[in-house]
Write a protein that binds this ligand. Structure first.
Ligand code: GUN
Length: 294
């Protein structure tokens, strides 16, 4: 029987309605409008699309959006000056510098320069450290989106074996950490697989919940999973174009074959993707709330 679809697009819509109400309340009760600053350096077409989506989401939810587009040859010093200005700007509660940055800029230095209280990406080492010890002020957007999907689809995690494929700082490492925290939505046994893993299928076949974030289209096939697995596919890979010129997307999981064995699965598009920006909006509102003085 085909798997239940975990529809991130629908959940995302629900959460955005909740956020809109929170934003209205913040404005009415506290006179605070949450503000997100986005920084885009250069002309990368994918990054432009993502930053545009973030700006649009802010506008739709009543969040103030301050976008700065800079040329690709912007110096690191100028970028650091901008971050400092935004750190000091009371209208700005969240700062997001879109990655990747041009090669001549040290992205680590830029991330370290962001005030941890405004680090809505949760990339600053202070926030990464807090996440590790279960005291996260912000949760990173994609992992938090995954947690929210599992929660809203009543997927039990306690005592389950979660296998994560991919060890990126943005998805793999933080989601593995969140799933093992001793808290609701976590308390799982976690295995983290990566390019150094020998016999990947031996691990993926053991998964009760399989989370894949490797950027390789259809890499996980039906023979690599067990019956009844819950599959979270983070991959968004462009694999061609329709005759009309529209991009064709595929996840990291071979959806057609795996859905025949899985109990539930996220589609691509419409699964994890829409959750990421929604959780960014949520973090921005949380950052604004944290400035309320009693
Ligand atoms: N580039 C790709 N994903 C992200 C993200 O989540 N945050 C930032 N800042 N840059 C990205």
């Amino acid at each position: 029987m085909p798997a239940q679809l975990i529809k991130g697009a629908e959940v995302s819509k629900q959460i955005r309605e909740e956020i809109t109400k929170e934003v209205e309340e913040l404005k009415e009760k506290h006179g605070i409008t949450p503000g997100l600053a986005t920084i885009l350096v250069g002309e990368d077409p994918g990054s432009k699309v993502y930053v545009g989506q973030k700006e649009k989401a802010c506008n739709n939810l009543g969040i103030y959006s301050a976008r700065t587009d800079l040329p690709a040859d912007t110096s690191e010093a100028d970028l650091l000056d901008l971050v400092k200005k935004l750190n000091d700007d009371p209208k700005i509660h969240g700062i997001l510098c879109q990655l990747p940055l041009p090669k001549h800029v040290d992205a680590t230095r830029v991330i370290y320069a962001i005030d941890p209280d405004k680090d809505v990406d949760c990339f600053h080492p202070v926030n990464v450290g807090k996440l590790m010890i279960g005291k996260g002020r912000f949760l990173p957007c994609t992992p938090n989106g995954i947690m929210e999907l599992l929660k809203r689809y009543d997927v039990a995690t306690e005592g389950k074996h979660v296998v994560v494929v991919g060890r990126s700082n943005i998805v793999g490492k933080p989601i593995a950490n969140l799933m093992l925290q001793r808290s609701p939505g976590g308390n799982a046994t976690v295995t983290l697989c990566h390019t150094g893993t020998k016999d990947l299928a031996a691990f993926t076949k053991m998964a009760d919940i399989l989370i894949v974030a490797i950027g390789q289209p259809k890499a996980i096939t039906a023979d690599m999973v067990k019956e009844g697995v819950v599959v979270i596919d983070v991959g968004v890979n462009r694999i061609g174009k329709t005759p009309e010129g529209k991009g064709i997307l595929a996840g990291d999981v071979d959806f057609d074959s795996v859905q025949e064995k899985a109990a539930a699965i996220t589609p691509v598009p419409g699964g994890v993707g829409p959750m990421t920006i929604t959780m960014l909006m949520k973090n921005t509102v949380e950052a604004a709330k944290a400035t309320i003085s009693d």
